[in-house]
Design a protein around this ligand. Structure first.
Ligand SMILES: *[C@@H]1O[C@H](CO)[C@@H](O)[C@H](O)[C@H]1NC(C)=O
Ligand SMILES: *[C@@H]1O[C@H](CO)[C@@H](O)[C@H](O)[C@H]1NC(C)=O
Ligand SMILES: *[C@@H]1O[C@H](CO)[C@@H](O)[C@H](O)[C@H]1NC(C)=O
Ligand SMILES: *[C@@H]1O[C@H](CO)[C@@H](O)[C@H](O)[C@H]1NC(C)=O
Length: 527
């Protein structure tokens, strides 16, 4: 089942021998390597049995194997540059300042931040710390400082892009003056060429530009693996939640894990998603009224026929369906499940059948009773904690991966953190089986569900097929192999740290702070 995809990327030509290549690697590798090496150490011990999985899965689902991560075909996460990667331009040579406003929820903003760093790199610009929209849905205005570790972000990326917290004032003819950023609304999924022409021209003219809104404003498929790796460095190394969020998440994970392994489920049975999907028939007339109203106020009008939507897998799974899938796969009622989601719509009527099958249910407020979380379960803090717990859980199961940035980012992050198991139900293939079940045709139900699930991918590397996003699947760009068929996939040698520390000493200049050692207390939580 976990099949290796085939390469379709053209790798850049790599001239010269290994020594030559090593010589050209930038110091950034050190920072990344420390992260990656500690990461590898953390999961290499759990992945020894990995290879038996693929063969064993063809005919049956082995739950015990699913609880473990897989090391697949020698692939490891690695987003250090593999070819020449010059340092960013000095402030005096920068083309100007890039300001962006990232809109959307926590996870949409996360990929926008990655895009902003890449855009600044492409433009040889100085990035102003991205602004995070305080969004009416989240009732949160804590911004970048409230969620992410700013110092870690800036220092991790200092060999990629210069980042400042504000546009500094300039002195001209004895007066201090503010540079006013020229506001532009970038085209959706703009190609790199838009940044190096239109946007750059305005930047040079005004000294600074302000791109707003800035979600999905840079094409995801870019024919340059170094650029994709920069996105991974931002996403998986530079963006770290603030220490109190990491601590809270770690505490929840520790409590859950003290009783053995656990699964996390993003139970996307929430009002906004149900209204978006337009799957109304299972609700009471009153509930339908609420969903219709929400839909009218928030989404473009569209005729949505429940039967048709359902048949093609466009409806989020109900909690009961999620329970039935897990039960059919062989998970029993001792399975501990962490539920990540906001308030479930429709109340206990929908949760009850699920709880009957799986009584050991937890969420962040049931595990950790801190005032901080109680007051902010729906806000960015609750979402960030859920993100971390889902990242660290042994198995993750999204129930709706359409426009859910939370689920999509986690799929990518868990892949990068060592091919951690994900269960991704194929809703379209399951729909007829559920419809039969509802109509009383229940014979062979479990068998049919298992048959569908056996064909899914449980989190191993697989070929990315657009519209699947780089943020959901960064294989193969952000992975390497020790003994690769393609030289461009080769991992840095084991002694790369020593080679590079030598270089680091000779190249560190006065305006660069010494590397801050990784805070192991915090990075522990990232495993
Ligand atoms: C950015 O700088 C590099 C040299 O470091 C140069 O090759 C590239 O053309 C520059 N790009 C832009 C858009 O200025
Ligand atoms: C590391 O992180 C922990 C927990 O967040 C914090 O208490 C500690 O002060 C940090 N240590 C350093 C050296 O930054
Ligand atoms: C779990 O299922 C077993 C039968 O398979 C049953 O005996 C037991 O009572 C169930 N436990 C709970 C907590 O529901
Ligand atoms: C978390 O679980 C508790 C107890 O099961 C429940 O009362 C509460 O509503 C849940 N919170 C959320 C945000 O789902």
């Amino acid at each position: 089942m976990r099949r290796l995809g085939h390469h379709r990327l053209q790798h850049p030509k790599q001239g010269g021998g290994l020594k030559n290549m090593m010589g050209r690697l930038s110091i950034a590798v050190v920072v990344l390597l420390i992260c990656t090496v500690s990461l590898l150490l953390s999961f290499s011990s759990t992945s020894t049995k990995a290879d038996s999985r693929s063969a064993a899965y063809r005919s049956q689902i082995n739950i015990e194997e699913l609880w473990r991560s897989a090391d697949f075909g020698g692939w490891k996460p690695s987003s250090a540059p593999r070819s020449d990667w010059p340092p960013p331009p000095a402030l005096s040579e920068s083309n100007g300042y890039l300001r962006v406003r990232c809109n959307g929820g926590l996870n949409q903003q996360r990929s926008a931040i990655c895009n902003a760093v890449l855009a600044a790199r492409i433009m040889n610009a100085t990035l102003v710390l991205p602004e995070l929209d305080s969004n009416s849905f989240w009732h949160d205005d804590s911004g970048f400082y409230g969620i992410y570790d700013v110092e870690h972000f800036i220092s991790t990326l200092r060999f990629d892009v210069r980042i400042v917290e504000h546009i500094p004032e300039i002195r001209k003819n004895g007066k201090t003056k503010k540079i006013k950023a020229f506001q532009i609304r970038p085209p959706r999924d703009a190609p790199i060429s838009w940044y190096t022409t239109d946007a750059l021209e305005k930047m040079k003219e005004h000294g600074a530009i302000y791109l707003t809104p800035f979600s999905h404003r840079l094409a995801e498929e870019i024919d340059n693996p170094e650029y994709q790796r920069l996105r991974c460095r931002v996403n998986y190394h530079a963006l770290r939640f603030k220490p109190h969020i990491m601590k809270l998440s770690q505490s929840i994970v520790d409590k859950l894990r003290s009783q053995g392994h656990f699964m996390s489920i993003h139970l996307r049975f929430e009002m906004d998603m149900l209204a978006f999907a337009g799957c109304l028939d299972i609700f009471t007339p009153k509930e339908q009224g609420i969903l219709k109203k929400y839909r009218k106020e928030n989404f473009a009008p569209k005729v949505l026929n429940y039967g048709e939507r359902r048949a093609i897998g466009k409806c989020p799974l109900t909690p009961e369906e999620v329970g039935l899938i897990l039960h059919a796969m062989g998970f029993d009622n001792s399975t501990r499940i962490y539920l990540a989601a906001g308030e479930l719509f429709g109340g206990d009527r929908f949760m009850k059948p699920f709880r009957t099958l799986f009584p050991h249910l937890e969420n962040h407020s049931s595990v950790e009773h801190t005032d901080e979380l109680v007051g902010n379960t729906r806000g960015l803090l609750g979402s960030a904690v859920d993100y971390m717990v889902c990242l660290l859980s042994d198995i993750f199961m999204p129930t709706y991966d359409g426009p859910s940035n939370f689920a999509n980012n986690l799929l990518g992050h868990r892949l990068y953190y060592g091919f951690r198991t994900t269960i991704r139900p194929d809703r379209k293939a399951l729909a007829p089986i559920f419809i039969d079940w509802e109509n009383g045709r229940r014979a062979g139900f479990d068998e049919a569900v298992r048959h569908v699930m056996l064909k899914t991918n449980f989190g191993g590397p697989h070929k990315r097929v657009p519209p699947e996003s780089i943020y959901t699947n960064s294989w193969p760009e952000c992975f390497c192999q020790t003994s690769p068929q393609n030289p461009a996939d080769k991992c840095p040698p084991d002694d790369v740290l020593q080679i590079l520390s030598g270089r680091l000493k000779s190249e560190t200049t006065d305006d660069l702070k010494p590397l801050t050692p990784l805070n192991l207390t915090v990075s522990e939580a990232e495993r």
